[in-house]
Structures are given as structure tokens and as C-alpha cells.
Ligand binder design. Structure first.
Ligand SMILES: Nc1ncnc2c1ncn2[C@@H]1O[C@H](COP(=O)(O)OP(=O)(O)OP(=O)(O)O)[C@@H](O)[C@H]1O
Length: 250
């Protein structure tokens, strides 16, 4: 099979005349870790909301010949496009394993869900290993550390078989060590997937980005490598005269 990608063309989200996303073109290729950066209010989250069926949009967002903009959010998940939110959305009282099992339910029939499960399905066991939570599988998700909850969410996308993963600030609030582990995780799972990360932490972007897209006022300002982005006077300008370097702790 050829290289997979998510294609976005002329994507526009209009909130009562205010264009939070304004004619965005983006081609997001499998096998790369893409970062979406830009000042607060640039439209990054709204772009992801549009591609995942949470806000109405015009233009095109196409994945494997499916027009995401005309689909309901649960159908988009089934089509292989998954996302996380800035705040973790795990079921705190349920175990790590139960959270993964429920997430995996999107691909099972209601009858399969009703049937008593025997053992841990192999794709769940694999996801547990991949995100490093195998030893914690029976713990309630609520007791996990902040970073571990984000990994659980990524694990939930893995069991959903998300081929495109849109992650909204996954390392916010993480320790340096957790960030490193998250970056390595994204690179590992990104080989076979399309990973798009909204991020403010420039240290993290610098270390793990293959491609960076800078958004400003709903539009794409620039796309390139971290080095190209950081050298751009236009990009520095939108960060209010600070260097991009200086945004790392914004
Ligand atoms: N439901 C809504 N109705 C009206 N305006 C909205 C709505 N959601 C977002 N906006 C506005 O759209 C703009 C883009 O917001 P968005 O959250 O996408 O930016 P962002 O780049 O993700 O910012 P941040 O980095 O702070 O998360 C902001 O001005 C925001 O106030």
C-alpha cells in the first residue's frame, strides 16, 4: 500500500463571522511526526476539532478517500482518525485495562461487547506494552500520574486502530523524563501512522519534530523544519517579537 496521508484543503471554520480557521491547506504524511505550533488563539485546536467532527467546517479534510467534514465524529474514529484533548478523558474509576477495552469497543459489534471477555485481547496487550502501562493494567486510571494518563489516552487510540492521531498538547504538565518517553513513544508509533501534535513547548518540538507548521490568526504562516521555522523573522514576529526559542515556557 502507498503512503497514507491526511489532506486538508481550504479548511475554514467560521464562528459567526469570525474565522478561527481560515483557508488552511495541509498535507500530513504517514511516517512523520508533525507539529502544529502558533500563538494562543491561532486556530490549532479548532482545526483538529473540524477534522474530527466536533465543529462544522467548510473546505476539505480527506483521509483514504473519505470526506471527514461530512462525517459524524464516531464515524471519523472508525475511519481511523483519532484525537486526544488537552485534558485527559479517561474513566478514572475504571482500570487501565478496562479503559483500553472500552476504547477497543468501537470496532466490535454490540454482541461482542456483551459477551464476557476471556483474557486480554492481543491488541490490548500490545497497546499496554507500547505505552508502557502493562504493569499498571489493573490500577484505576484515576491513580495514574499525569503523564501516564496521557499515555493511556494514546493507548486508547492504538486499540481504536487510529492511523491518524491528532494530539492536543500531550506533554503539557509532564516532567522532563515523561516528555522524553512521550517523544520516543510518538516516534515509535509514528512509523506506521500519521501523528500530528499541537504543542507550545519548543524544546519538545525541536527534539521530536519531523515537520512543523506554524499557524497564526487561523492561517498557515509557514511550514518547514525546526531550523527553518526558528530562522524565520515572520515567525518570530507573530510571537510578539520574542524569538521562537523564547516561547518554550510560554
Ligand atoms: N466555539 C467557539 N466559538 C467562538 N469562538 C471560538 C470557539 N472556539 C474557539 N474560538 C476562538 O477561535 C480562536 C482559535 O481558538 P483555538 O482554541 O483553535 O486556538 P489554539 O491555536 O488552539 O490556541 P491555544 O494554543 O490557546 O489552545 C480563538 O480566538 C478562540 O477564542
Amino acid at each position: 500500500m502507498g503512503q497514507d496521508y491526511l489532506e486538508i484543503r481550504g479548511l475554514t471554520v467560521d464562528f459567526d463571522g469570525f474565522k478561527a480557521v481560515d483557508g488552511v491547506d495541509l498535507t500530513l504524511l504517514q511516517g512523520r511526526v508533525h507539529f502544529l505550533i502558533g500563538p494562543n488563539g491561532a486556530g490549532k485546536t479548532t482545526l483538529v476539532d473540524a477534522a474530527t467532527g466536533l465543529v462544522p467546517a467548510t473546505g476539505l479534510a480527506r483521509y483514504r478517500n473519505q470526506d471527514l467534514l461530512s462525517m459524524r465524529s464516531h464515524k471519523i474514529v472508525r475511519a481511523g482518525v483519532g484525537r486526544t484533548f488537552q485534558t485527559a478523558t479517561v474513566f478514572e474509576e475504571l482500570s487501565v485495562l478496562q479503559n483500553l477495552d472500552i476504547a477497543g469497543g468501537v470496532h466490535r459489534s454490540p454482541f461482542a461487547l456483551l459477551r464476557a471477555r476471556r483474557g486480554v485481547p492481543s491488541y490490548v496487550a500490545e497497546a499496554l506494552e507500547t505505552v508502557g502501562l502493562a504493569d499498571l493494567r489493573d490500577r484505576p486510571a484515576g491513580v495514574l500520574a499525569h503523564g501516564q494518563k496521557q499515555w493511556l489516552e494514546i493507548g486508547m487510540l492504538l486499540v481504536q486502530d487510529a492511523r491518524v492521531m491528532l494530539l492536543d498538547e500531550p506533554v503539557a504538565g509532564m516532567s522532563a523524563e515523561e516528555r522524553e518517553e512521550t517523544g520516543a513513544l510518538l516516534q515509535r508509533i509514528g512509523e506506521e501512522r500519521t501523528i500530528v501534535v499541537i504543542e507550545h513547548d519548543m524544546d519538545f518540538v525541536r527534539e521530536f519534530a519531523d515537520v512543523v507548521t506554524v499557524m497564526h490568526a487561523g492561517k498557515v504562516l509557514m511550514e518547514g523544519s525546526v531550523t527553518e521555522i526558528q530562522a524565520s523573522p515572520e515567525v518570530q514576529e507573530v510571537y510578539l517579537g520574542r524569538t521562537v526559542e523564547g516561547t518554550s515556557h510560554a
